[in-house]
Design a protein around this ligand. Structure first.
Ligand code: LLP
Length: 470
C-alpha cells in the first residue's frame, strides 16, 4: 500500500513519503513524491535537499527535477530482490525508452544494471554514457538495416522481432562480425492484462514479436545460421500493470518455449520477461512493491523450470517506469486563470502536452501540490490547463489545491517515465531543462531548448531567400 502521511489531509503534506527506516526505504513505485521529499521551514517543498522554488528561480520552468536517491533506490531494490529470491543468475536491464539521457544512463549503469534500447539513438546514448555493449539489448519491431549494422558493430545483443529482421541481420552478421551475433527472439505470448490498450503488448493482436504459430519455423531457421547464436527468449506483456498473475503466467509460457527450443538444438540460457510493473500516479493506485514483483516473477520461473525439468535460465527483467517514474517531478509556474461560471475554474501553467503528453494520449491522471504553499488549506477545485493551442491540453482535471496566484510553483508528481522521452516541440515550445538533485546539490543534466535550438536544423533554400535570382 501507498505509505503516505494521511494525518495531513488538508495540505500538500499528504503526499510525502513516510520513511520509518532510512536503511530500508519504501518501494519508490508506491510513492507519489520522491523519497527525499520534505517540507522545509519556509513551507516549501524540497527534493534531494533542494527547495523547488529556488530551483525554478535558478533554472526557470517548466523544470524536470530528478531525485538521484529515489532512482538509485529503485535500481537496488530490483537488483537485490533478484539476488535474494532467484536461485539462478539474473540481470536487471533499464528500459531506457522511459528516459534516455547521458546522466540517467550513467547513474543506472553505475548501479550495475544493463540497458534495453529500441533505436540507434538510444543505443548511441547508452554507449556515450559508458555502458559496455555486452550489457545492452537492442529491441524494436522495425529496426533498419543501418541500425542492425550499428548494433552488430558495437557487439550488443539483438532482440529479434520478426522475419524481415532475422533475414536482414543474417548476412550483416556474417559480413561484419567474426563471432556469431548474439540474439534473443521476441515472442507474442497471448497474455491479456489490464492497462491502457496503447501500452498492452502481450496479447495476440499486437505488432510486436513472432506469433506463437511461427515459433517452430523460426527455431528451425535460426538453428541453421552459423552467423547467429540464439541465447534466449523475450516477451513483454505491457506497461503500468498492477496484477502479478499475468507476469507469472508469462514465466510459464516462456519456459515451455525454452524447452521446445531444445528440440531444435538451441540450448538457450536466457529468459527475458520484460518490464511492466506499475507505479502510483494517484493515492488510489496500488501496485505491488518492486520486491514483491521480483519475488513473484522469480518464484514463477523457478516453479515452471521445475515442472518442465529445465535448469534455471539467466533471468532478465527490463523495467522502465518503476525504476524512474517516481523519481521525478515537473515544476511549472502558474499563470493566467479563467472562471467559467458554475462549470469550471481553470488555471494555466507554462507547459503542458509538449512536456507531458500522457494525459492527452492515455487520459493519464496526475496529482499536484503547490510547492510554495505546502501547508495551505485545500479550498479550491481547479483544472490545470497547459499553454498549448489545443483544448485537450489539460494537465490535471479537477485538482484539489489551495488558492493559487500567478507565480506559484505547481508541482506534478511521478513524471520521470515517458515524459521527457515523449516530449515534443509542439507550438515551437522548447523542451524543458532537467536537473538532478542530491543532498542539497542540483546539477543541470539537460539544458532548456532555446529559440536558436528550435531553428538549428531548419534550412531555408536559396530560392526562397532570393526568388528573383532563379
Ligand atoms: N520492455 C519492452 C519490450 C517494452 O516495450 C517496454 C515498454 C518495457 C520493457 C518497459 O516497460 P515499463 O516497465 O516501463 O512498463 N509511453 C507509454 C509506455 C509505453 C511502454 C512501452 N514499452 C506511457 O507513457 O505509459
Amino acid at each position: 500500500m501507498l505509505s503516505i502521511d494521511r494525518s495531513s489531509q488538508n495540505s500538500g503534506h499528504r503526499y510525502l513519503p513516510q520513511i520509518d527506516n532510512e536503511d530500508a526505504p519504501p518501494s519508490p513505485n508506491q510513492q507519489l513524491l520522491p523519497l527525499t521529499a520534505k517540507v522545509n521551514s519556509n513551507d516549501n517543498l524540497e527534493i534531494g535537499g533542494c527547495e523547488i522554488k529556488l530551483l525554478v528561480e535558478r533554472y526557470d520552468s517548466p523544470l524536470y527535477i530528478l531525485d538521484e536517491k529515489t532512482l538509485r533506490t529503485a535500481c537496488r531494490q530490483y537488483r537485490d530482490g533478484f539476488a535474494k529470491y532467484y536461485g539462478g543468475e539474473s540481470q536487471v536491464i533499464y528500459a531506457s525508452k522511459a528516459w534516455s539521457c547521458l546522466a540517467v544512463c550513467s547513474i543506472v549503469n553505475s548501479e550495475g544494471l544493463g540497458f534495453d534500447v529500441v533505436s540507434g539513438g538510444e543505443l548511441y546514448t547508452t554507449l556515450q554514457a559508458g555502458v559496455e555493449s555486452e550489457n545492452i539489448y537492442f529491441h524494436g519491431n522495425n529496426k533498419s538495416a543501418s541500425e542492425l549494422e550499428f548494433a552488430v558493430e558495437t557487439g550488443c545483443q539483438i532482440i529479434i522481432d520478426n522475419w524481415l529482421e532475422l533475414k536482414t541481420l543474417t548476412p550483416i552478421a556474417s559480413e561484419k562480425s567474426n563471432t556469431p551475433v548474439k540474439i534473443l527472439l521476441r515472442l507474442t505470448p497471448g497474455i491479456e492484462c489490464h492497462t491502457h490498450e496503447y501500452i498492452r503488448t502481450g496479447h495476440l493482436d499486437s505488432k510486436f514479436g513472432f506469433d506463437p504459430n511461427q515459433i517452430e519455423e523460426v527455431f528451425a531457421f535460426v538453428s541453421q545460421q552459423p552467423s547467429l547464436e540464439c541465447i534466449g527468449l523475450h516477451a513483454h506483456i505491457g506497461s503500468q500493470i498492477f496484477e502479478r498473475q499475468p507476469h507469472q503466467d508469462l514465466a510459464d509460457v516462456l519456459v515451455q518455449w525454452l524447452k521446445k527450443a531444445q528440440g531444435y538444438g538451441l540450448p538457450m540460457t536466457i529468459l527475458n520477461v520484460g518490464g511492466g510493473l506499475g507505479i502510483c500516479y494517484t493515492e488510489s493506485d496500488d501496485p505491488p512493491s518492486i520486491t514483491e514483483w521480483v519475488k513473484a516473477v522469480s518464484e514463477a520461473v523457478e516453479t515452471a523450470c521445475d515442472r518442465h525439468q529445465l535448469p534455471l535460465p539467466k533471468l532478465i527483467a527490463e523495467p522502465g517506469r518503476s525504476l524512474i517514474g517516481s523519481a521525478c517531478v515537473t515544476a511549472y509556474t502558474v499563470g493566467s486563470s479563467k472562471e467559467v461560471p458554475e462549470i469550471r475554474q481553470y488555471i494555466t501553467v507554462d507547459g503542458g502536452m509538449s512536456d507531458n503528453p500522457r494525459p492527452i494520449t492515455y487520459q493519464s491522471v496526475y496529482r499536484t501540490v503547490i510547492a510554495n504553499k505546502m501547508s495551505a488549506p485545500l479550498t479550491e477545485t481547479v483544472t490545470v490547463a497547459g499553454k498549448h493551442c489545443e483544448s485537450g491540453d489539460v494537465v490535471i482535471k479537477d485538482a484539489t489545491l489551495p488558492k493559487t496566484e500567478p507565480g506559484d510553483i505547481l508541482v506534478v508528481m511521478a513524471t520521470g517515465a515517458y515524459n521527457y522521452s515523449m516530449a515534443s516541440n509542439y507550438n515551437r515550445i522548447g523542451r524543458p531543462a532537467a536537473v538532478l538533485v542530491n543532498k542539497g546539490e542540483a546539477n543541470l543534466i539537460i539544458e532548456r531548448e532555446t529559440y536558436q535550438n528550435l531553428l538549428e536544423r531548419d534550412r531555408l533554400p536559396e530560392r526562397l531567400i532570393n526568388p528573383t535570382s532563379h
